[in-house]
Design a protein around this ligand. Structure first.
Ligand SMILES: Cc1ncc(COP(=O)(O)O)c(C=O)c1O
Ligand SMILES: [Zn+2]
Length: 409
């Protein structure tokens, strides 16, 4: 099956074998992307067979560049709910608003889609250890999948800036957790250098193109769940791997001849960490990194997104947009989706709800367009934020009189 795939540099087009260990193009330093031969693959892709398989990442087996089945490390990731949010219609004004609940994944974020493929690749290539830099969710996911694969795992996180749920996950799964004095961008730079110098450790940040292959399956699922591609995807953007992955997935559906339609991709960043929004607004093809990014949504507190070029391409090719939202809007949206729809998502994920609200207000998204917001991670990842923004429990003696008075019943 490996003859169906190759790895290409998105800048100079240099082609590499799919089993070469590379994180960037050795000719020009550009980002790498896995390309599949849609012509060859469509002869073996059978969507009726897909429908008979369990609803998870591996349903789309033929599109995933792992060649030795015995090396697959899976926990049934993917197959997440696509919930129609009718109650939000009143507030947001969209008739057909859906939320893809990526908090349903085994470690409660979308990262598991990338890690099932990335860690399987690590095993296939014979690595004994994995490493990532992370704002939290990547660390949680890589730690879990590495544990299951029997691999050592090292994670670098920005000291004091990781939500407690995510940190505790990485710790309990047995990863070696290093809290870097510096932000995520510095942690990632260090992680890449370390893996390039120590060839025994496999880097599993989203600069690794196999991560993107797993993450693209969310697009295939949305197509399966709706029966067509939506008009809009609204997605939080940090290091910019995920928006690129969705765009790749939707394009592959089209390349396989399953539909002609493609959604518009709308990326949402926090105001204090918005280099892609600035580049989009100034119609620039380069980004100016933000030195000290700051936002309550720690998952997307990133000033120098590594996959910025892929993200700008996704937004521009699709006719979408980039928008930024304030921390206040993010926290309002987090409460709104919890209280209107019963969905508890983490702040970075709530950014997509805050974003869709503004995109409808600004007339970028029409009220009758089918729109899917990506809720990338579960709210329990970051419980401390909720304790700060919601009314505290009222302590009371266990007698009916006091209860009646307080509840006004
Ligand atoms: C919950 C959550 N949402 C969104 C993102 C942003 O994804 P990406 O870095 O692929 O843009 C992350 C990344 O860590 C995340 O953890
Ligand atoms: Zn190149």
């Amino acid at each position: 099956m490996d003859e169906y795939f190759d790895v290409r540099c998105i800048d100079c087009g240099q082609s590499y074998g799919v089993n070469e260990v590379l994180y960037t193009c050795s000719r020009c330093g550009g980002l790498l992307e896995i390309r599949l031969d849609a012509g060859k693959l469509s002869s073996i892709v059978d969507t009726r067979l897909w429908c008979r398989r369990p609803f998870n990442v591996w349903r789309y087996r033929e599109l995933l560049p792992i060649f030795d089945d015995s090396k697959i490390v899976s926990m049934g990731e993917g197959g997440t709910r696509l919930l129609r949010c009718r109650n939000l219609t009143r507030i947001i004004g969209l008739e057909n608003l859906y939320v893809k609940c990526e908090g349903d994944n085994p470690t409660a974020s979308f990262k598991d889609r990338g890690m099932t493929v990335g860690v399987s690749k690590a095993l296939e290539l014979g690595f004994k250890a994995t490493l990532c830099a992370s704002t939290g969710n990547t660390a949680a996911s890589l730690s879990a999948y590495s544990a299951r694969a029997g691999l050592k795992c090292y994670v670098l996180v920005p000291a004091g800036k990781v939500a407690v749920g995510k940190l505790s996950q990485a710790m309990v799964y047995g990863a070696k957790v290093l809290a870097i004095r510096g932000n995520f961008d510095l942690a990632l730079k260090t992680a890449i250098q370390l893996c390039l110098e120590d060839s025994g450790i496999y880097l599993l940040n989203s600069v690794n193109p196999f991560r993107i292959e797993g993450q693209k399956t969310a697009a295939l699922e949305i197509f399966d769940q709706l029966g067509f591609n939506p008009d809009n995807i609204v997605i939080p953007v940090g290091n910019a791997g995920n928006i690129s992955a969705y765009w790749k997935g939707f394009n592959e559906i089209r390349m396989l001849g399953l539909t002609e339609e493609l959604p518009r991709m709308h990326g949402v960043q926090a105001k204090g960490a918005n280099p892609l929004v600035k580049a989009y607004r100034s119609m620039s093809w380069v980004i100016e990194p933000i030195e000290n990014p700051e936002t309550i949504a720690t998952a997307i507190r990133i000033g120098s997104p590594v996959s910025w070029k892929k993200a700008l391409r996704a937004v521009r090719e699709s006719g979408g947009s980039m928008i930024d939202v304030s921390d206040e809007e993010i926290l309002d949206a987090q409460k709104l989706i919890a209280r209107m729809e019963g969905l508890f998502v983490e702040p970075a994920s709530a950014a997509s709800i805050a974003g869709v609200r503004r995109l409808v207000e600004d007339g970028v998204i029409d009220r009758d367009e089918v729109t899917v917001c990506i809720a990338t991670g579960h709210g329990l990842k970051d419980p401390e934020i909720v304790l700060k923004i919601c009314e505290s429990p009222i302590e009371v003696d266990p007698n009916l009189e006091d209860l009646r008075r307080i509840l006004m019943i």
